[in-house]
Ligand binder design. Structure first.
Ligand code: ZN
Length: 166
């Protein structure tokens, strides 16, 4: 399976809100999703958004214990007000890690690979990854929400990334 090149910060395509996926069930979309999953696995990520490979589409894949979850045109609901802090990284910010507060739980409404709507209640790590990928599709990166870098602060500084604590 052909993998894709992952764009690195500060590529401007990473900071642009994506447009909804309109056509499902096409060979092109199926091949794209397969190659996104292959790319995520190649780089040992647990999620990959289309914006990270330069596509302006509301589409992401997430690794779960039941296999890859396709998240197209997502909407988040019932986002818990209680948050928890944990470390995140991003394939578009290699070698940089930081602590990000995220809602503990949420309900995801999205479409699968075939355009079929589904609803998923998520908490913990899955809720975190969903929020991270959802942010990508709105042109946001975890460093926009990061309260403290845990690794790669020299590299972050060289990229002009400023993290302001709580
Ligand atoms: Zn990311």
């Amino acid at each position: 399976m052909k993998s894709q090149t992952v764009l690195n910060y500060p590529n401007r395509k990473l900071q642009k809100a994506a447009l909804p996926v309109k056509y499902f069930g096409t060979k092109e979309l199926d091949a794209l999703i397969d190659s996104m999953v292959a790319t995520m696995r190649l780089y040992r990520g647990i999620g990959l958004a289309a914006t990270q490979i330069g596509l302006n589409m509301q589409l992401a894949v997430i690794e779960t214990k039941d296999g890859p979850l396709v998240m197209a045109n997502p909407r988040l609901e019932k986002i818990s007000t209680s948050t928890e802090d944990d470390e995140e990284g991003c394939l578009s910010l290699p070698m940089i890690y930081g602590v990000v507060p995220r809602a503990k739980s949420l309900v995801l409404h999205a479409c699968d690979q075939n355009g079929t709507p589904y609803t998923l209640s998520a908490k913990g790590l899955l809720a975190r990854v969903i929020q991270h990928e959802y942010d990508h599709l709105r042109g946001k990166l975890y460093i926009d929400r990061c309260i403290r870098l845990t690794a790669g602060s020299d590299k972050a500084a060289s990229l002009g990334i400023v993290v302001s604590g709580p």
